[in-house]
Design a protein around this ligand. Sequence first.
Ligand SMILES: C[S@@+](CC[C@H](N)C(=O)[O-])C[C@H]1O[C@@H](n2cnc3c(N)ncnc32)[C@H](O)[C@@H]1O
Length: 567
Amino acid sequence: MVCAFAPAGGCHGSSIVGIQQRSSLWRSNDRARFSAGRHSRPTEFFRAARSKRWRRELRAVAEMPGASKTSSRLEAFVKWLAANEVFVSDKATWGRASHPLVVAEQTLIESEPAGRGFLARRDIQAGEVLFQVPFHLCFTKDVAVRRFAALNVPELADEEEFFALATLLLYERGLDESWKKSGRGPGSFWGPYLDILPPVPWEFKGAEPAESLSMDPLDALWLWAEDEMQWLQGSPTLLSARALRSKVEREYAEACERLYRRHPHIFDLEGAFRLERFLWAFGVLFSRAVSLPAENGMLALVPYADLANHSAFCVSFIDARTAAFPYAFRASSKQKRGQWWQRFLAPNSDDAGAVANTDSSHYREDAQREVVAYADRFYDKFEQVYVSYGQKSNAELLLLYGFVSDRNPYNSVEVCVSLSGSEAAGAGLLDRKRSFLLACGRDPDKPECFPLYADRYPLELMQLLRFASLTEQDAAGYSDLEQIDVAQPVNRENEIAAKSALLQACKIALQAYPTSADEDDAALKDKSMAQLLSRKQRLSVRLRRSEKRILERTIAGLEREIQDLRC
Ligand SMILES: C[S@@+](CC[C@H](N)C(=O)[O-])C[C@H]1O[C@@H](n2cnc3c(N)ncnc32)[C@H](O)[C@@H]1O
């Protein structure tokens, strides 16, 4: 074998961000089960439910234990949105159509619960605005920097975006909790939003039963307990999950030293800033924050927009634009801005000092901007309305969001290749190859990982394999390996060697799984067996089956290609 292959060891770097990208346009007819919150006029929905099935499903969800508890949280959240100038009215106003969405408390996608989501309140035309959220409601690094500067923690400005947002989220949650527990402190402006954010699974253990039944916890793979991950044995995604978990834990340890311990009166390491909470904040950001293309990829946690579920067949994505309607907050009067800061910094107190020196032009500018998404197609009334979280593989979806899709056109599985093992080429040539890779800024001792898709693999992977498969004979006459064009097949033998190396890698990857794809299929198809599996076990089986299918297809394709080359 020319190349040795190792499983993926690192996490996805920048791909861990919930970046919204464009994808190709398809139609999804997933229907959702829902119970409309009171803000969305359930009686109107009941009347409008056209088929018996809809009425049955509405009743089933409305009768779910704990449904009313979540409804009241959702209701408070929607009131908060309306009070802060998010247009959620079901009534058209002057020059403005009624808000097209309603929040469903329970949705089903591919027969699995997908938590809350948006449904079309009425028919929605392609290109129609789905929602508009003013910038001043969003969590961004800018808000965090200003918030902590006012608390005499200016160092936050030097921190990276994810960390700054996580710190703001934890601080606000701490304020909100102490206000709720003891009525002390100013509370948080974002209280109603924080109430609807999902908890981490282990926080559920102490929760009231009604509460734990009514809100889905964060199910992202990287937050699963070690024993829950056992069903992913053999999958490279398992290593990515462990790597991401330790990366966030390491980040926490470093943050304590770098920042938190230096300001013990702000960052309570026993309470709001303990490790479990830090993991929660990153779990929320990885699964709900968006990167806004129109703001140069600025990371933002956008209340309301983050209730949209994902479809890989949707091209709507969340972005920013100049506000289409004037927000009252941007009124230029100093008094109005003072009132805003009062609500923002000290919502439950009349501490006028809290708003001193906050007459920043920044918020006037922010109020000119809003976060927005447009419908990518016509939606029927009651249809679930999606956005795209980007072209993500099932491994990424499970790792960051806690779900997989059996119909994911962007699904892929990682294979990793390295130079080690190409000694057969001769020690002299191996040294030249290593030096060449070093000169290209690559570490010859580190495996490089590439995604394999169901119908293709990256050209870059083939280039590396061709390069690794070069023999003394191939390199004879070249003073510099750079002169050999590996973007094209070098010669027949080299092509066979490169493809055989990939074939071997796929076979090794496939053997690492304890079960075959057919066995996984059988486990999911057999209803009585599938019912015995927990949701996480079912997700694991679906993920590993989808990875194995890609490996099997690639193996079949490579065997055919090698056969053809040999003829
Ligand atoms: C941005 S939030 C969307 C709102 C979320 N459903 C809620 O209840 O708050 C992302 C989370 O929604 C769920 N989700 C989104 N799209 C999904 C899909 N296509 N299938 C299953 N779950 C999905 C996952 O739990 C994911 O972590």
